[in-house]
Write a protein that binds this ligand. Structure first.
Ligand SMILES: *[C@@H]1O[C@H](CO)[C@@H](O)[C@H](O)[C@H]1NC(C)=O
Ligand SMILES: *[C@@H]1O[C@H](CO)[C@@H](O)[C@H](O)[C@H]1NC(C)=O
Ligand SMILES: *[C@@H]1O[C@H](CO)[C@@H](O)[C@H](O)[C@H]1NC(C)=O
Ligand SMILES: *[C@@H]1O[C@H](CO)[C@@H](O)[C@H](O)[C@H]1NC(C)=O
Ligand SMILES: *[C@@H]1O[C@H](CO)[C@@H](O)[C@H](O)[C@H]1NC(C)=O
Ligand SMILES: *[C@@H]1O[C@H](CO)[C@@H](O)[C@H](O)[C@H]1NC(C)=O
Ligand SMILES: *[C@@H]1O[C@H](CO)[C@@H](O)[C@H](O)[C@H]1NC(C)=O
Ligand SMILES: *[C@@H]1O[C@H](CO)[C@@H](O)[C@H](O)[C@H]1NC(C)=O
Ligand SMILES: *[C@@H]1O[C@H](CO)[C@@H](O)[C@H](O)[C@H]1NC(C)=O
Ligand SMILES: *[C@@H]1O[C@H](CO)[C@@H](O)[C@H](O)[C@H]1NC(C)=O
Ligand SMILES: *[C@@H]1O[C@H](CO)[C@@H](O)[C@H](O)[C@H]1NC(C)=O
Length: 364
């Protein structure tokens, strides 16, 4: 379908896609079967609530969330945005159609063909998520970070039960990157964030930041050089539980406002202070920005998965401490209306058209 739909029609279609319940959910208070999926933001619903970020441990059952699109080797570049869905709300789970969804904010096309993530006082920052998951693999983002205190650039992997691996860049320290990881939403030891420095200015220069996440070893690299290694055995306790990221994860790229009044004091300090909305960079461009040139993905399971593999599913034998994950041939696509997708593409054209000019002005 390539008909343009009016905005009211889009909203009607959207409402019909996802039954929303105001009920909140977490690992101790699961969703009811009438609204079985616990979204990334902790609310119960159906439809899009069951897609990326849906937490199996907080949903009605471990199999309530939609199957997660399986990893696929790729070299993503951003000279055009045809593989990016401008609003994640309209995603129907079809990873053949889109590589990325925008969860929040506005992306712009730079004059050199990079993807620019913007941060304004009003947009709360920009976040993109990959539509496919990685269940171990090597991921490299070539990017230029944002800059100035309070402005944080991030390239991370995030699973639906909040296993997380980070590269983060507080914007007042543009010669360093920080590595970190979480297991089911917690940092196993508070001192696990590490700083890796001596880089040429990360705002002005592209660097390759790599997360090499294998079943037993996790390595962070900068420009191909390993700067940190974590072994699964290092974080396996005497209780036998490995506090090691182990579940399929989406790749997330973001530029976010850590230095705002509503953040915790520790977060503000970590980020290098409150954002100065009178900063000349901000005034000139109308936004802060970070640029992504490419993201390459090499899946650890690409060779061993059957050609029919389409998805990852959480197993019925999961426990909260060690959820089991299986590769399946179940479809990842929900019953979402195709019309809504066509309509959101129409909306996209307008966003890019207006925005590219604004960014071009500052880059030139
Ligand atoms: C889980 O959700 C329930 C119901 O909304 C709430 O009462 C409880 O405090 C939540 N627990 C946690 C740990 O957030
Ligand atoms: C990605 O690029 C590398 C290096 O050019 C190439 O070897 C590889 O085949 C590419 N992968 C895909 C999936 O296109
Ligand atoms: C982005 O810029 C490149 C180079 O100018 C151009 O070829 C491409 O069509 C643009 N993409 C979008 C989405 O505007
Ligand atoms: C997914 O998208 C692809 C590419 O646009 C399309 O060929 C395919 O029919 C879609 N699959 C479903 C189940 O909608
Ligand atoms: C996505 O669409 C929903 C519904 O129309 C809207 O509430 C939300 O603000 C949009 N998000 C973005 C990032 O534009
Ligand atoms: C920092 O990089 C410079 C230039 O590459 C090198 O000469 C110097 O030894 C490095 N310093 C440290 C502390 O690694
Ligand atoms: C913090 O609050 C002050 C006072 O309301 C305001 O002037 C300032 O812009 C805020 N700063 C940020 C970064 O939100
Ligand atoms: C950045 O902010 C942190 C935390 O406030 C501070 O410790 C550090 O000295 C600042 N770095 C620079 C280069 O300004
Ligand atoms: C893979 O797909 C083919 C063709 O649809 C089917 O014959 C075969 O049984 C499938 N194999 C597996 C392991 O699912
Ligand atoms: C379920 O998990 C337990 C604990 O990991 C294991 O001992 C058992 O063999 C598993 N059962 C099945 C059917 O996979
Ligand atoms: C999916 O897998 C099942 C077994 O798990 C198999 O029977 C079926 O043929 C497969 N379907 C496709 C389309 O590959």
């Amino acid at each position: 379908m390539s008909i343009k739909l009016s905005v009211p029609l889009v909203l009607t279609l959207l409402a019909s896609l996802s039954a929303v319940s105001a009920q909140q959910c977490n690992a101790t208070s699961h969703c009811p079967s009438s609204a079985p999926c616990c979204s990334e933001f902790g609310f119960c619903g159906t439809g899009s609530f069951c897609l990326g970020g849906c937490n199996p441990l907080a949903s009605t059952s471990l199999t309530s969330c939609s199957p997660e699109p399986v990893c696929q080797n790729a070299n993503h570049t951003f000279t055009d945005f045809s593989r990016i869905l401008s609003n994640a709300t309209y995603f129907d789970g079809n990873a053949t159609k889109y590589d990325w969804v925008v969860n929040q904010g506005t992306i712009l096309n730079s004059t050199a063909g990079e993807l620019a993530m913007t941060l304004t006082q009003d947009n709360g920052g920009t976040r993109l998520s990959s539509t496919r998951y990685v269940h171990y693999g090597t991921i490299t983002a070539r990017l230029k970070t944002g800059r100035w205190g309070g402005v944080v650039t991030a390239f991370i992997t995030m699973s639906d039960i909040k296993d997380e691996i980070d590269w983060e860049f507080p914007g007042n320290q543009t010669t360093e990157g920080q590595s970190n990881y979480f297991w089911q939403g917690v940092v196993p030891t508070p001192t696990d964030g590490k700083t890796h420095g001596n880089l040429t200015d990360t705002f002005s220069n592209f660097h390759d930041y790599t997360i090499d996440w294998q079943e037993d070893t996790l390595t962070w690299l900068i420009d191909g050089n390993a700067v940190r290694t974590l072994k699964r055995s290092d974080v396996t306790g005497s209780d036998g539980i490995s506090r090691y990221p182990s579940t399929p994860s989406r790749i997330e790229l973001s530029l976010w406002p850590a230095g705002i009044n509503s953040s915790g004091q520790g977060t503000i300090e970590w980020a290098g202070g409150l954002i100065n909305w009178d900063d000349p960079d901000y005034k000139a461009a109308g936004h802060f920005y970070a640029l992504v040139e490419s993201v390459t993905v090499s899946c650890a399971d690409a060779k061993t998965n059957s050609a029919n593999a389409t998805s990852y599913v959480y197993g019925t034998n999961s426990s909260a401490f060690s959820p089991s994950v299986a590769v399946s041939n179940e479809s990842t696509v929900t019953n979402a209306a195709v019309g809504a997708l066509a309509a959101s593409k129409a909306v996209w054209g307008a966003l890019v058209g207006g925005g590219a000019l604004a960014l071009g002005a500052v880059l030139l």
